[in-house]
Design a protein around this ligand. Structure first.
Ligand SMILES: Cc1cc2nc3c(=O)[nH]c(=O)nc-3n(C[C@H](O)[C@H](O)[C@H](O)COP(=O)(O)OP(=O)(O)OC[C@H]3O[C@@H](n4cnc5c(N)ncnc54)[C@H](O)[C@@H]3O)c2cc1C
Length: 262
């Protein structure tokens, strides 16, 4: 059976995007990666001294950035001692590693992430040795456990993609397939959801004499300006971060709430 349309929601390395924009098929590396970990509070010697409603901790120290928070435990509990701890450690010094592992092309395109099992002992040791001088006591034990764990730590190089088009004939893209932004925008997921809502509206309003390509083009016209502006904003945030990170000690920003004790 022939399809009337193909909608690509296939992420930052989208195959459908390659068909829509063969001249610009890949997302570019934004200049930093994020070490991510998730650990059970029960596995720590002491619970985290951070309240369940404490929101995000965001620190910028010596060119590295830490975002950390407590989440419900695997059973949904927000009881102190039974929660999970998540962290994202931004690191702008991993170009060599990404090139050596074929995640980053010489042209600056991103081809993959560092999965949990592809982070070797030397990298873990290096990260572990940095923790005492970078991260505060409140998160240090959780970050240490996350870095040590071969089932927790992963490395997500951050990509950006500025779209020229979202549609070609009966093909369309949504979400990261269409545009990729830094997590510093806090908007990647929600923008993909909005894309899907706008696309479904464009299709629902399709007149019986209107071609599929014309209906998809209405989606592109409605969506492209916003997504391009968002990617431009993302590029600014990334450039600011990478500049700060390469001029170590230029900036020390703390956004977190006052420390609290249990
Ligand atoms: C470190 C990090 C932190 C982030 N933090 C935030 C945040 O705080 N807030 C926020 O809003 N966003 C955040 N994001 C961005 C957010 O994760 C993405 O914008 C969102 O996941 C994109 O959703 P998506 O469905 O478009 O793509 P994905 O989530 O990438 O899903 C694509 C799916 O397509 C599948 N797929 C790929 N290729 C094919 C194929 N050929 N055939 C079939 N299936 C295929 C994949 O397996 C995957 O399941 C973050 C991203 C990163 C990397």
């Amino acid at each position: 059976m022939l399809a009337d349309a193909v909608i690509g929601a296939d992420g930052y390395r989208s195959v459908v995007r390659r068909a829509i924009s063969p001249d610009a098929p890949y997302a570019r590396y934004a200049g930093y990666l994020v070490w991510r970990g998730l650990v059970n509070e029960q596995e720590l010697a002491r619970p985290i001294s951070w309240p369940s409603d404490g929101g995000l901790w965001i620190d910028f120290v010596q060119g590295y950035r830490l975002v950390a928070a407590v989440l419900p435990g695997q059973d949904g509990s927000m009881e102190i001692g039974r929660r999970q701890v998540t962290f994202a450690w931004f690191d702008a010094h991993r170009d060599v590693l990404l090139r050596a592992t074929n995640r980053l092309t010489p042209e600056g395109y991103l081809m993959g992430t560092l999965g949990r099992r592809s982070i070797d002992k030397d990298i873990r040791s290096e990260l572990l040795s940095m923790i005492p001088s970078l991260w505060p006591d409140v998160w240090a034990a959780a970050v240490t456990l996350g870095v040590q764990s071969t089932t927790s730590l992963s490395g997500a190089p951050i990509a950006e993609y500025l779209p020229e088009r979202l549609v070609s004939g009966p093909l369309a893209i949504v979400g990261d397939a269409a545009h990729v932004v830094s997590p510093m925008t806090g908007s990647g997921f929600a923008t993909g959801v909005d894309d899907a809502a706008l696309l479904s509206r464009a299709l629902a309003k399709r007149r019986h004499d209107e071609s599929m390509a014309a209906a998809l083009l209405r989606y592109e016209n409605a969506r492209l300006p916003y997504t391009r502006a968002l990617v431009a904003h993302s590029r600014q945030l990334s450039a600011q971060y990478v500049n700060h990170a390469s001029g170590v000690d230029l900036v020390q920003e703390n956004y977190h709430a006052p420390r609290t004790t249990l």
